[in-house]
Ligand binder design. Structure first.
Ligand code: ZN
Length: 414
């Protein structure tokens, strides 16, 4: 094993308060700070449109207009909701593009493109492993590109990711034991190559890990550690990204077990000081996973719900768009008469009906996560327990899981 350079001081994570296993902290990357727990909305920066336009893509377009405070959505400052965003190498191909456009997309860093020059949030660029590897190549496109660790990193770098992860081989619920072991080995090999390739990378390097419970995750970490020999991996990575949970997103018990067990293993292996990101999970799972010790999240739920005409009233509750009383929300979107009129259907394009709904959903998401942060910063675990009881704990199917998290991660009720 050649010497690997330790991670630079481009990224740091300071825990400022704890309540049981829940943590509040500050993630600083390239001089920009984010308070945690935090939610990274998934954005498709490209996709659709013509060569001259990196917009396109319906609701995706409108959400970027909000991000940039464009006149077309009435201006306004929404940038505080986009200080950290998530995008994927795979999102380049969501709409089916040709090779020429692909090369154009990766020719300049996102933030160096004129379109996004006003944007200075942190961009987390996922490796896209889940997509490339499930589909054996780019889906819906008329060219093929061999994605390996080197190519995934090249794209992450070209897009200007502030946080990047190794190319991973996500596990599937139907995988056999042997398939999981093989995937873990390949992911671990990629992690070593990723650590080598990114030695001078000006950003945060996260290690992806996969498993649904203690024994799976422990074996996974064993594979990684055996690839790195006796090198202390806590000196090479700036964070841990827990993946493969999207197929289990509706199974709260599995999500909680995965996060609790990952937290335990990180402690045992000297990785507890690194932030724990949960890939692809958002909404109603966030309060319980924050209580279990997860620090950051990303998901497309705020967009998907809008596309399904669902308007958020909390992280866990959504109501049909045609039943909304907009005077009940004081967010910037619902306080703007033009945007309310659009959400009521008074506009030509469906993207303008649903785009503001997506923005409202994102604001609700971010406000609730901020509330969780405040509860952690208060004394003891009671404020957080009260929050869980008042929100997710009231919902029947989740009540049992809420009690489990309170008992196992927050020290119990008494
Ligand atoms: Zn609102």
């Amino acid at each position: 094993m050649p010497q690997l350079k330790q991670t630079d001081q481009t990224a740091s994570f300071q825990v400022t308060a704890t309540a049981g296993d829940a943590r509040a902290g500050t993630l600083t990357i390239n001089g920009q700070s984010l308070d945690t727990p935090t939610f990274f909305p998934v954005l498709s920066f490209y996709g659709g449109g013509t060569k001259s336009s990196v917009f396109g893509g319906g609701v995706h377009r409108t959400i970027k207009e909000f991000m940039l405070g464009k006149e077309v959505i009435g201006g306004g400052t929404y940038d505080e909701y986009f200080r950290g965003t998530m995008t994927s190498v795979a999102s380049l191909t969501d709409y089916g593009i040709n090779r020429e456009r692909f090369d154009d997309y990766v020719s300049d860093k996102i933030k160096e493109r004129e379109t996004f020059s006003g944007y200075n949030g942190l961009i987390f660029v996922d490796s896209g492993g889940y997509k490339f590897l499930h589909n054996d190549g780019l889906d819906g496109s008329d060219f093929e590109i061999e994605i390996d660790q080197r190519e995934a990193f090249r794209i992450q770098k070209q897009l200007g990711g502030d946080i990047i992860v190794n190319l991973d081989r996500p596990i599937a619920p139907s995988d056999t034991f042997d398939e999981r072991q093989q995937k873990a080995e390949r992911t671990a090999e990629n992690a070593v190559e990723f650590a080598r390739l990114t030695q001078t990378y000006p950003g945060a390097r996260y290690l992806t890990v996969h498993g649904y419970n203690y024994s799976m995750l422990d074996r996974f970490f064993d594979h990684v550690q055996s690839q790195f020999g006796n090198i202390d991996i806590s000196t090479l990575f700036d964070g841990i990204a827990l993946g493969s949970l999207v197929p289990k997103k509706d199974d709260k018990a599995v999500l909680i077990t995965a996060v609790m067990d990952c937290v335990e293993i990180m402690e045992e292996r000297g990785l507890a000081d690194l932030p724990l990101h949960v890939l692809g999970i958002g909404s109603g799972s966030i309060p319980l996973l924050v209580a279990a010790g997860a620090d950051t999240f990303d998901s497309t739920t705020y967009l998907q719900n809008a596309i399904n005409e669902k308007y958020a009233v909390s992280l866990t509750e959504h109501i049909p768009l045609d039943a909304v009383d907009f005077t009940q929300c004081d967010c910037a979107v619902c306080s703007d008469p033009m945007l309310v009129s659009w959400m009521q259907g008074n506009t030509e394009y469906q993207k303008d009906v649903l785009g503001p709904v997506a923005m409202h959903n994102l604001i609700i998401h971010r406000q609730e996560v901020q509330e969780l942060r405040q509860r952690i910063k208060q004394h003891g675990t009671d404020p957080l327990i009260d929050y869980l009881d008042e929100t997710v704990g009231r919902r029947d199917p989740i009540r049992k899981q809420t009690h489990r998290v309170v008992n196992q991660s927050l020290g119990g009720y008494f």
